[in-house]
Design a protein around this ligand. Structure first.
Ligand SMILES: O=C(O)CCC(=O)C(=O)O
Length: 275
């Protein structure tokens, strides 16, 4: 067995330094921030002409302000940032597909849409929205037994910024989840396990791939900055147990029935586009 696959199977994870170029990652981060910037302009936090000079600290302060002043807007920006073409392109990058095959997925397929996080205690009303305690992703994915998660930092993420914590080799102890919290299959860790968690500090460009059975949790972000990361999940259509289970698929994605903006659009709104 090849060395990297052996290490992955033994430990349940693999850290890949400089897996992507910095530019590949920067594009996603820039696009995600731009989603919010458009609303910062509309909210008149900043004018378009001053955008070039906006510091990271100012951007973050606007983010926290938007959270306080218009949670719906902030949440919708968060949702739009999950649909960026650059984010989805990254999740389909040829290097990822090669890696999945190297890790033993014979016919890799997407388990669920990519996820982009911008975590900070100041950007969430509930703890689970910025810090997820020990869990296993297989419980939410319910896909192939060799399914994996690829966790990608969009900025350099050290322990202070809440680097992901993982429990090496925990994948081979099977499904340990005992309750669901906001869709996550939560695991109660014993004292030994608590002590054996390791913090995975990663730089932009690095990637972490782990078995969907590996127990992991968010670290504490004790800085003033949000922690930007994205997470991709994959199944293997060739896994016999997945075939046997009729390609079980637990995700629901559907539109709501209500019209979000009352009396919109009018004919004149539409003609602004088509006239
Ligand atoms: O990135 C995090 O802090 C938690 C997210 C996570 O573990 C997951 O998406 O499964």
């Amino acid at each position: 067995m090849k060395e990297r696959l052996k290490e992955f199977k033994e430990n349940g994870y693999l850290i890949l330094d400089n897996f992507f170029s910095k530019q590949d990652i920067e594009v996603v981060l820039k696009d995600a921030k731009k989603v919010f910037l458009r609303q910062f302009i509309k909210m008149q936090y900043v004018s378009e002409s001053l955008l070039e000079d906006l510091s990271e600290e100012q951007f973050n302060n606007f983010l926290y302000r938007l959270f306080d002043e218009d949670l719906e807007c902030l949440a919708n920006c968060g949702k739009q940032s999950q649909h960026l073409i650059s984010l989805h392109s990254l999740s389909l990058n040829a290097k990822i597909v090669e890696l999945l095959i190297e890790m033993g997925l014979k016919a890799p397929t997407i388990s669920t849409r990519p996820v982009l996080y911008f975590n900070h205690p100041k950007l969430s009303k509930k703890k689970v929205f910025h810090k997820v305690d020990a869990h296993q992703d297989w419980r939410s994915m319910q896909g192939s037994l060799n399914s994996v998660v690829i966790w990608i930092p969009l900025i350099d993420i050290n322990k202070e910024l809440g680097a992901l914590e993982i429990l090496p080799k925990s994948h081979v102890n099977g499904l340990r989840t005992n309750h669901i919290e906001n869709g996550f299959g939560m695991v109660l860790l014993n004292e030994d396990e608590q002590e054996n968690l390791i913090s995975v500090e990663l730089n932009a460009g690095d990637a972490l791939i782990f078995s969907s059975f590996l127990i992991h949790q968010s670290g504490d972000n004790i800085t003033n900055k949000p922690r930007w990361s994205c997470h991709f999940r994959y199944n293997d259509l060739e896994d016999p147990s997945f075939i046997e289970r009729k390609f079980a698929h637990p995700y629901i994605y559907k539109p709501i029935d209500e019209l979000i903006t009352k009396d919109f659009p009018t004919i004149s709104d539409i003609l602004k586009i088509y006239k």
